[in-house]
Structures are given as structure tokens and as C-alpha cells.
Design a protein around this ligand. Structure first.
Ligand SMILES: NC(=O)c1ccc[n+]([C@@H]2O[C@H](COP(=O)([O-])OP(=O)(O)OC[C@H]3O[C@@H](n4cnc5c(N)ncnc54)[C@H](OP(=O)(O)O)[C@@H]3O)[C@@H](O)[C@H]2O)c1
Length: 289
């Protein structure tokens, strides 16, 4: 019988490719969704849908019943306290219920800047606490400390402008979500991937500005890439009382200071190195647009 894996966050930008890859690789994929009708409209008929919320333990008991594994791809925020509520406590709820239901494997999307020295930043603190809750549960887990995803470049384009927020000086190994999804799926197959914290990086390092210019030259030729200081976005967020804009400003201030950390060689040896280049990925985006 096919093993069942629950995906939490399957409607999201990065959770969706994981759900699709797991299905392609032969798993029965169950989707935890706050709104299953919307989730089904996005993902289609190949998945089982369970209504639930990571803050609601009884919905997690229902969703995790009979599962071999669970993949967690949550987004906290936009307010600082939401990172703790959703990403830390939500993941801890999943881990606790997973243990009681005999789930054999958890995988979790953390980040390549998730280090104790960065715990002053609410998102990092919540991720560190989520990781600890997963480890403490005793369920074997694989933690993916992923660098910046190519998919997030599309979020910098609004109309006929592409915007870099802040100086963003750090070279980053841009990663395609499809490569990450394949690594997650492989990890569920491999006993050696249990209880590992793996850094995952794409093949080539480019600054945010270099990456956005490359992406735009292929997907949106003619679009102008400009940059805006972080304080301008911060001010817009404050004046408009928009927590999403304030959150992006805070994130960009953080990424201006902090680059990616860690060494991807263990992940590459175990799960295969991500190979999709930014140019290849951008051409795929252009061709499927
Ligand atoms: N972008 C990058 O370059 C990058 C790099 C490394 C790590 N990450 C991490 O990736 C994560 C964001 O992933 P994403 O871009 O895929 O996010 P996203 O598109 O915003 O999706 C978030 C998902 O979380 C679900 N969710 C939120 N609150 C929930 C709750 N209370 N109960 C159940 N489900 C809930 C959402 O479900 P609904 O459909 O119900 O809203 C949605 O499916 C963040 O943790 C970020 O730190 C991102």
C-alpha cells in the first residue's frame, strides 16, 4: 500500500511543489487546509483534503491519522508575534500529535540564516524553537535549511517595475523549488536522512540584484530594475498601517545584514545536489507564462 504523507502548507508557493513531487513519487498525499475548497481549486483532484489549522489540535489528530510522514511548510507573520504562534507553536503541535499517532518521519522547511546568533529576529527565533520542538518530539526529522528560492524573485516584480529593497550585498545560491521538492521526497525514502539538519543551496551564487536582473532579462525583458532603501518601505508600511509591507521591510533589513550560512555538502551527497540554474528556471517560467 502507498504510504501517506501529510503536507502542511501545500497551498503555498513552496509547499505546493513538494505536495506535487510526493504525489509524482507515488505517495498518497494528504493536504491540511484551512479552506479545503480553495486548496482543491488550486491543487486539483489528486490529493486528499482535510480541513484543519495548526492551532487546532483535534484537526491535526484527524489529519495525521494513518500517516507515515508529515512535511511542514508554514509561513508565520506578518506580525512578529505570529511567527511564534504559527511557525513555532504550530510546528510543536504537529510534532506532539505526530508522536502520539506513530508518524515515522517529519520534514520541515527552516532557512539558511537560522542560527542562534540571529535569534534576535522573530522569524529566526520561531524557526529555532520549531526545530527544537521537532527534535524533542522524538519523531525522526529532516530539517531543510534552504537558502533563497528563485520563486521569490517573481514577488519583486509589480507591473512594469522590479524592485530591490535595500542594498542586499550578499551572494546567495538561488534554489529552484522543484529541486527542493525532489530532495524532500528523497529524504522520506532514506533512513540516513532522519535526524539531519541539511543546508540546501542552488548551483551558483548571485546577489539579489544580479539574480533579479537575470530573471527579468529572460521573463520580463524591458522591465526596469531599481532599488529602494529599506527605510522608504518601512515608512510606507507604518503610514499605511500595513503589517505585510512592514514585515517585508523588516525581512529585507534582516537580509541586508545576514547572508546564507552553512555547508550544503552533506545534503548534496545524501539527496543529490540541486542543479537547476537561474537561467534554466527563468526560461521555464517564461515558457509556461
Ligand atoms: N522565499 C524564500 O526564499 C524562502 C527561503 C527559505 C525558507 N523560506 C520559508 O518558506 C516559508 C514560506 O513558504 P511559502 O512561500 O510557500 O509560504 P506561503 O505561500 O505564504 O504559504 C504558506 C502556507 O502556510 C499555510 N498556513 C499558514 N497558516 C496556517 C495555519 N494556521 N494552519 C495551517 N496552514 C497554515 C497556508 O495555508 P492557507 O492556504 O490556509 O493560507 C499556506 O499553504 C517561510 O517559513 C519561509 O521562512 C522561504
Amino acid at each position: 500500500m502507498k504510504k501517506t504523507i501529510l503536507v502542511v502548507g501545500a497551498t503555498g508557493m513552496l509547499g505546493m511543489p513538494v505536495a506535487r513531487q510526493l504525489h509524482k513519487d507515488g505517495y498518497t498525499v494528504r493536504v491540511l487546509a484551512r479552506n479545503p475548497e480553495n486548496a482543491k481549486a488550486k491543487l486539483g483532484d489528486s490529493f486528499d483534503y482535510v480541513r484543519g489549522d495548526v492551532e487546532d489540535l483535534s484537526s491535526l489528530e484527524n489529519a495525521l491519522d494513518g500517516c507515515f510522514g508529515v512535511h511542514i511548510n508554514l509561513r508565520g507573520g506578518p506580525k512578529p508575534e505570529d511567527f511564534d504562534r504559527i511557525e513555532h507553536r504550530g510546528s510543536a503541535n504537529i510534532a506532539r500529535v505526530a508522536k502520539s499517532k506513530g508518524v515515522q518521519r517529519i520534514s520541515y522547511l527552516s532557512g539558511a540564516a537560522t542560527f542562534e546568533e540571529n535569534a534576535w529576529f522573530p522569524m529566526v527565533k520561531a524557526k529555532l524553537q520549531a526545530e527544537k520542538a521537532l527534535r524533542d518530539s522524538g519523531v525522526p526529522c529532516t530539517i531543510f535549511c534552504a537558502t533563497h528560492f528563485m520563486e521569490s524573485l517573481s514577488l519583486a516584480v509589480r507591473g512594469n517595475r522590479a524592485m530591490i529593497i535595500g542594498k542586499q550585498p550578499h551572494p546567495l545560491h538561488w534554489l529552484a523549488a522543484s529541486d527542493y521538492a525532489e530532495m524532500v521526497s528523497r529524504a522520506f525514502e532514506l533512513p540516513e536522512a532522519a535526524n539531519k539538519r541539511l543546508y540546501i543551496f542552488g548551483p551558483r551564487a548571485l546577489t539579489m540584484s544580479e539574480a533579479l536582473r537575470t530573471y527579468c532579462s529572460i521573463v520580463h525583458p524591458g522591465i526596469k530594475v531599481s532599488s529602494v532603501p529599506v527605510w522608504v518601505l518601512s515608512l510606507i508600511g507604518k503610514l499605511s498601517f500595513n503589517p505585510e509591507v512592514q514585515n517585508i521591510a523588516e525581512l529585507m533589513k534582516f537580509f541586508e545584514k545576514v547572508g546564507e550560512g552553512g555547508d550544503p555538502s552533506e545534503a548534496n551527497d545524501l539527496l543529490g545536489a540541486p542543479a537547476t540554474t537561474l537561467e534554466q528556471w527563468s526560461r521555464e517560467q517564461r515558457n509556461t507564462a
